[in-house]
Design a protein around this ligand. Structure first.
Ligand SMILES: [Zn+2]
Ligand SMILES: [Zn+2]
Length: 280
């Protein structure tokens, strides 16, 4: 008897309390109750933000969910590294008034195998810190570096020509030790309506880390013959964009572009996050 009575009272109480909880969520969310799903998601997001507040992926500062994963200070520092006045042939800082026949005073007369280059910024301060972290395990920074690379790509002037993205490859032993190729992770973040990523360019020889090498000639010698293309590649008559994190003298990009052109590529462009070694 008591059992039946408790059931009779319990069931409506349960329904009413469930309804009250839903109404409370809608009121807290402060949104139109005619769209319950959206309201519920909003409430869930707010709760999520309360329990696990979003932090800047670069410095750990608390941020709003809408801040693109970086705090205002980090964005400002990154923007300071992004100078749009650079030579589209070599990537170094150059005022547009210093460009003569498409070349800056620094690269005038130099031979490159890549046709044009786009960069997100100069290698220093915030950008350097972020690239080093991205290379050393913090792959969650792909959102931020992807955003920077996409901005550079949009302003490159060769965006509509690209048919394939080719990340600069690591030697298999280095990739195994690091667990990923940062250039490939970056390439996956690039927005393009048609271009696909190809990994048919490979590094067949383990090279010394470039920062240890002194002169541009030594850097070029270090990477000479280090790349090859896989059998069955699709580079013939294609317009390719190489993707890398840092360009210093350009020896690596140059060697990659040379290998791609020997394999039949029509054009080879380059996209990098940063250009370093402005004084070399
Ligand atoms: Zn920050
Ligand atoms: Zn130049």
């Amino acid at each position: 008897m008591w059992y039946l009575l408790s059931l009779a009272i319990g069931r409506p109480t349960f329904i009413v309390s469930r309804w009250l909880i839903r109404v409370t969520i809608y009121i807290i969310a402060g949104v139109n109750t005619t769209k319950p799903k959206r309201a519920f998601n909003f409430a869930l997001q707010s709760l999520n933000q309360l329990l696990w507040p979003a932090v800047c992926i670069n410095c750990g500062e608390n941020i709003c969910e809408t801040d693109n994963n970086l705090c205002k200070n980090c964005w400002a520092e990154l923007q300071a590294c992004a100078d749009p006045d650079y030579c589209r042939r070599c990537g170094r800082d150059a005022s547009k008034f210093a460009i003569l026949e498409g070349a800056c005073p620094d690269c005038l007369g130099k031979e490159f195998h890549f046709d044009r280059i786009a960069r997100s910024g100069v290698y220093g301060e915030a950008l350097q810190k972020m690239i080093l972290a991205f290379k050393n395990g913090r792959t969650e920074l792909d959102l931020a570096v992807g955003f920077l690379a996409n901005s550079a790509l949009q302003g490159s002037g060769f965006y509509n020509d690209i048919e394939l993205f080719v990340p600069v490859p690591l030697h298999w032993s280095r990739r195994l030790r690091r667990g990923y190729n940062q250039s490939q992770v970056l390439a996956k973040k690039l927005n393009h309506p048609a271009a696909k990523i190809s990994t048919a360019l490979v590094r067949i020889r383990r090279t010394k880390l470039q920062p240890a090498m002194a002169s541009p000639a030594a850097r070029a010698k270090n990477v000479a013959g280090a790349f090859a293309v896989r059998y069955g590649h699709n580079f013939t008559n294609r317009k390719i964009c190489l993707v890398d994190d840092i360009k210093t003298t350009g020896a690596t990009l140059n060697e990659c572009a040379k290998t791609l052109k020997q394999a039949g590529a029509l054009k080879v462009f380059a996209l990098v996050l940063a250009v370093a070694g402005q004084n070399q």
